[in-house]
Design a protein around this ligand. Structure first.
Ligand code: SF4
Ligand code: SF4
Ligand code: FES
Length: 198
């Protein structure tokens, strides 16, 4: 099928979300809660694009192309919404890059720098999280302060990962009884290095 990205015609299969089609066509679409071939629920909203026909913003990771649709990929309006989504996440982030072991492989930090996002747009930063890193199993660790609750580990774990609480209080819980089986590949999905191999 044909779609139009920034008014340029693209031939797409229609079987993959817009984010994959647009990236393959060379567009730089950021994402945090999405990984190709992994189960995800659109939650970070940093991948937004605009449906130029209906003037609706939509997460490109959770939207499939339809014949003839026109997508505004990266206008000022789109970029500003993406930045705001990022700033919302940062406003509740309880780790500090200066003392964080994830620094060089953290997609949240990389995006914040690249998109010139303000950490304090929605008020002063919360105090750093005092929770200690949790040993999951073997060389796998979980550091709650770095978690942005993207859900990738929860939705792709066969080991009982779950969310507890709601809103800003929501946190990942790894049940004791399932820790011995946890798949280390989950660390590769984690966008901040909250799950990491030591
Ligand atoms: S997890 Fe990423 S954004 Fe958060 S403090 Fe560490 S490097 Fe910075
Ligand atoms: S630990 Fe990582 S993958 Fe899991 S919810 Fe937190 S940020 Fe996402
Ligand atoms: S990457 Fe699309 S909502 Fe997170």
């Amino acid at each position: 099928m044909k779609i139009y990205a920034n008014n340029k015609e693209l031939e797409v299969s229609g079987q993959r979300p817009l984010i994959d089609e647009l990236r393959d066509a060379g567009y730089d679409i950021p994402s945090l809660c999405y990984a190709p071939n992994a189960v995800h629920e659109a939650s970070c909203m940093v991948c937004m694009v605009r449906d130029a026909d209906s003037d609706q913003m939509m997460p490109s990771c959770a939207t499939f192309p339809t014949e003839g649709m026109h997508i505004d990929v990266d206008s000022d309006e789109v970029m500003s919404l993406r930045r705001m989504s990022l700033e919302l996440l940062l406003s509740d982030h309880k780790a500090r890059c200066g003392v964080c072991g994830s620094k060089d492989k953290c997609r949240l930090r990389e995006l914040a720098v690249r998109m010139k996002a303000k950490w304090t747009r929605f008020g002063p930063l919360p105090p750093p999280c005092q929770a200690e890193p949790v040993h999951v199993n073997g060389r796998l660790w979980f550091e709650p302060a770095k978690c942005i609750r993207c859900g990738l580990c929860v939705y792709n774990s066969d080991d009982g990962f779950t969310f507890q609480g709601r809103g800003f209080d929501m946190q990942v819980v790894i049940p004791e009884q399932s820790k011995k089986n946890v798949d280390k590949q989950l660390a590769e999905l984690c966008p901040t290095g909250a799950l990491y191999i030591l």
